[in-house]
Design a protein around this ligand. Structure first.
Ligand code: ADP
Ligand code: MG
Length: 402
């Protein structure tokens, strides 16, 4: 169902409480990657330009209900301030008296950021009192934190009991892009799945199975499938308890006419570390004491060929241990190929923190049709589950006026 968005109320003179996902990597007190901050700018700017005052709230890291100095949001506020070219003051404590006063003093066109919501355990416990206090800082609530929408927390679910709740522009874009894969997708629809483990992606694989025409499996998770096919994978990462599930997926693919491609050759290394001895071998010749670290050139060729006709492609998970540049050929080749396909008009959607990091290294994120800011959230969405933080936003049909 369609959700109401920031465009469905008049922000003029309103104090708007906005949940953003500013859970960004911080290094030496500086924001290392500000893409999540930039992704929220359209919503923040829209509200400010239309006469609202904005109270931003986010979590950062896993402080687990305690004040942790390294998880303070100050570097984030500084970066946002640079991007918005205006001061972004930050309050000491989401529950403090100072926060209440600062909110009361806020004027239209001004922004304020609350300190890390997870400095209180009440956030993740979806505590009602906490939610009520947060809600008291605004007259309207906007959720633009797609990356946290799969969590029922005070700031994503609890607050909506007290305020009319709208989707932000990023949230809207994420829902549209990912729904398009589940609803009226253009065929052929292919998915490229990689990354370390099958376990985190089993549910999404099963759901996508019903929608896609082909599935290309690489990365560490391919090992479990190779074993299901009777191969041995040496010292490679393997989830033995999931071999049966992998076999089931292969059988289901066979039955329903979904083409499932596995690597036919792989790069193996003596150690999964920089500088380790490595070579390309066919998958039936993976040496006993070696580990797979990338797909091989023949596989890369077969994968890209299999994608040639695809109108829609969803990619999640690197095809090798791309953090070690020598083991990143397959991932980089896929990134470049998909960028070219997107430029040629195919819909290419990429999700997953590591896959996106790989694309960023290549400078290719802008070429894709959509890059999801949510890792876990985008996978749960594609599993066909309704995310709690989205469920509570007002539907377009049952519009209540704020
Ligand atoms: P994403 O964040 O894009 O969803 P994942 O977190 O599922 O991706 O997986 C990323 C990790 O998978 C990377 O750290 C990468 O090194 C690892 N990986 C990829 N291929 C292999 C492999 N053959 N063996 C071990 N780990 C792998
Ligand atoms: Mg990851």
């Amino acid at each position: 169902m369609e959700k109401q968005t920031v465009r469905d109320f008049d922000p003029q003179g309103k104090r708007v409480l906005v949940r953003v996902d500013f859970n960004v990597p911080i290094e030496d007190g500086k924001v290392k990657d500000d893409s999540r901050i930039r992704a929220a700018l359209p919503t923040i700017k829209y509200l400010l330009e239309n006469g609202a005052s904005v109270v931003l709230m986010s979590h950062l890291g896993r402080p687990k209900g305690k004040v942790v100095e390294s998880a303070r949001l100050r570097p984030v506020a500084q970066r946002l301030s640079t991007l918005l070219r205006m001061p972004v003051p930050i309050t000491g404590d989401p529950l403090g008296i100072g926060t209440r006063d600062a909110v009361a003093r806020l004027k239209p066109g001004q922004v304020l950021m609350l300190e890390n919501l997870r400095f209180h355990a009440a956030e993740e416990n979806n505590d009602d009192e906490y939610a009520k206090t947060l809600a008291s800082y605004g007259q309207v609530y906007v959720n633009d934190a797609f990356g946290t929408a799969h969590r029922a927390h005070a700031s994503t679910v609890g607050v909506t009991k007290y305020l009319p709740a709208y989707a932000g522009l990023l949230m809207e874009r994420e829902i549209q892009a990912l729904s398009s894969l589940l609803d009226d997708v253009k065929h052929p629809f292919a998915t490229v799945i990689g990354g370390a483990k099958v376990s985190g992606k089993l549910a999404v694989l099963k759901n996508l199975m019903q929608k896609v025409d082909s599935i290309l499996i690489g990365g560490g998770m391919a090992n479990t499938f190779l074993v299901a096919q009777g191969r041995t994978v040496g010292k490679s990462l393997l989830e033995r308890e999931l071999v049966d599930d992998a076999r089931q997926i292969l059988e289901d693919g066979e039955k329903s006419g979904v083409q499932i491609l596995l690597p036919t050759d792989v790069v193996v290394a003596k150690e999964v570390t920089r500088g380790a001895e490595h070579k390309v071998v066919p998958v039936h010749k993976i040496p006993n004491s070696w580990s797979t670290v990338d797909i091989g050139p023949q596989t890369t060729e077969a994968f890209t060929q299999a994608l040639e006709d695809a109108q829609t492609i969803f990619w999640n998970g690197p095809l090798g241990v791309f953090e070690v540049p020598t083991f990143g050929d397959g991932t980089r080749a896929m990134g470049r190929y998909l960028a070219a396909r997107a430029e040629a008009g195919a819909t290419v959607i990429v999700g997953g923190g590591d896959s996106i990091a790989a694309l960023e290294e290549l400078g290719l994120t802008d070429k894709m049709s959509h890059i999801s800011t949510g890792g876990g959230a985008s996978l749960e969405f594609l599993e066909g589950r309704e995310l709690p933080g989205i469920a509570v936003l007002m539907d377009r049909e049952t519009a209540a006026v704020a």
